[in-house]
Write a protein that binds this ligand. Structure first.
Ligand code: DHB
Ligand code: FE
Length: 280
């Protein structure tokens, strides 16, 4: 059976791609953000994942507003990035773990999740930049399975539904007949709002309480509906749903190995956490 090594949850912001391309990691603006990933990479050396299941939201590169699945899973042999209009360089292609993709799809459909299955899929900054923060050489020593949750076009799935999705992803991975070491990577959030009257909105108290809840009371955020979560975290802060689903995939107990929280990166309160299943 596959072995779950843990999870990384992190914000994703296109400006990170420009900072990487320009080598700005040690500039005063960027250092508190990039330094937050040093311990994550140290942890990765021991965790040694073979496969990463990436939970993220596509922002218009693969799905646009005209066709927006609530949940979708990639089952492609390779995944490429493309110009999203942010002016960030594209990144080397990723190799898909197709056996796990189909195992996950079959399990999730059996468990009554009506998925969109993607045998071709472009991956956007929400996928590529967290991967580049974890493996800066961009030589990708892992295979990947992308899982997209719509947080771009409302109505978005509820926190409760995302928790259940994550639980089933975890169960599917644990039941996968493979020796592989599997890691979850959940990207999005934390609090931010890019447009409207509250553009620039950040809620540090809520973000920190949410990060704490992932180990102390992991279903805490499921008490709110999507409108309430938007009120607390901002229109794009609802991307915290990816953190929630990722935490659910780890199973009953989890412990925090590392965290960093820094305001702002672009318009976003940026956070990163490493979590391990409690049983380890
Ligand atoms: C920003 C944040 C996001 O989550 C995103 O997808 C795009 C931009 C930002 O803060 O600039
Ligand atoms: Fe985003």
């Amino acid at each position: 059976m596959a072995h779950i090594v843990g999870a990384v949850t992190t914000s994703h912001v296109p400006a990170i791609g420009k900072a990487i391309a320009k080598g700005l990691q040690n500039e005063p603006y960027w250092k508190p953000f990039f330094d937050g990933f040093i311990n994550v990479r140290e942890w990765l050396k021991d965790a040694r994942p073979d496969v990463v299941v990436v939970l993220y939201n596509d922002h218009g590169l693969n799905f646009f507003l005209d066709k927006m699945p609530t949940f979708s899973v990639g089952a492609a042999p390779t995944y490429t990035n493309a110009d999203e209009g942010w002016g960030i360089p594209t990144i080397p292609a990723f190799t898909g773990e197709q056996d796990l993709s189909w195992h996950l799809i079959e399990h999730l459909v059996e468990q009554e999740f009506d998925l969109t299955t993607c045998q071709e899929m472009l991956v956007d900054h929400a996928f590529t930049l967290p991967m580049a923060l974890l493996w800066p050489e961009q030589n990708w020593p892992v295979k990947v399975v992308p899982v997209c949750i719509n947080t771009v076009q409302f109505p978005v799935p509820s926190a409760r539904r995302c928790w259940k999705l994550g639980e089933q992803i975890g169960q599917a991975v644990r039941a996968w007949k493979s020796d592989a070491r599997v890691m979850f990577l959940g990207t999005g959030g934390l609090s931010h709002q890019l447009e409207g009257e509250r553009a620039g909105f950040i809620n540090k108290a809520f973000d920190l309480a949410f990060m704490d809840s992932l180990t102390t009371n992991p279903q805490w955020a499921t008490q709110w509906n999507s409108a309430e979560l938007v009120e607390k975290a901002g229109t794009q802060g609802i991307e915290l749903l990816m953190w929630l689903a990722t935490r659910a995939a780890l199973g009953n107990g989890a412990r925090e190995v590392h965290r960093n929280y820094h305001i702002p990166i672009s318009n976003t309160a940026s956070g990163v956490m490493v979590l391990e299943p409690a049983a380890q």
